[in-house]
Design a binder for this molecule. Structure first.
Ligand code: HEM
Ligand code: HEM
Length: 126
């Protein structure tokens, strides 16, 4: 499996463990306020990350070079800013909203970059 696919799956499973941890914690303490952080960590971190990894695994010709690593870095930097800020914002720290917005835009940039990779030519198409 290409390195970038392994990297995505390793990161995604860590994010799922943290995401489920938040879900269990919400249930145990009976405070569902951070639901959005739980949902988006699982959906952008685990589901979307694993789908990105699956795409690279199925298309090894697209998995090498700098662009996939840049795409991974942008997606993860966005999530590392967006999710903790969203968690704390939903817990009442409304001043963090600009970080949620900024992190979301970085995640969006990573998704656009992924779109570019999907549509770009592939000399070694599998
Ligand atoms: C054992 C694992 C999990 C636990 C204990 C858990 C727990 C929770 C809890 C307590 C809520 C809040 C429900 C509410 O207030 O209405 C919630 C919402 C949500 N969870 Fe999880 N969750 C788990 C796994 C997952 C996974 C794996 C995903 C996605 C892949 C996910 C996606 C969501 C979404 C999208 C919502 C929002 C649902 C809505 O809009 O009503 N959860 N979860
Ligand atoms: C940067 C990307 C994203 C942004 C900025 C975003 C933004 C939002 C916003 C503003 C809400 C409404 C929250 C509320 O009513 O309190 C929401 C809800 C939701 N989004 Fe996203 N979203 C993103 C990505 C995604 C993705 C990739 C998925 C699925 C794969 C997804 C699934 C959901 C679901 C299931 C809900 C309802 C549960 C909840 O309220 O947390 N979102 N999203």
């Amino acid at each position: 499996m290409p390195f970038i696919a392994t990297l995505y799956f390793r990161t995604a499973i860590i994010l799922l463990i943290i995401g489920i941890g938040i879900g269990l914690h919400m249930s145990m303490v009976g405070d569902h306020a951070p639901m959005g952080a739980h949902a988006h960590l699982n959906l952008l971190g685990w589901v979307t990350g694993a789908l990105f990894g699956t795409y690279y695994a199925l298309n090894p010709g697209k998995a090498s070079g700098r662009l996939p690593m840049l795409q991974y870095a942008v997606h993860m930097i966005g999530l590392v800013i967006m999710i903790p800020a969203l968690y704390l914002m939903l817990k009442g720290n409304t001043s963090l909203e600009p970080f949620v917005a900024g992190g979301s835009m970085i995640v969006f940039a990573g998704v656009l970059l992924f779109g570019w990779i999907v549509f770009s030519g592939d000399s070694k198409a599998a």
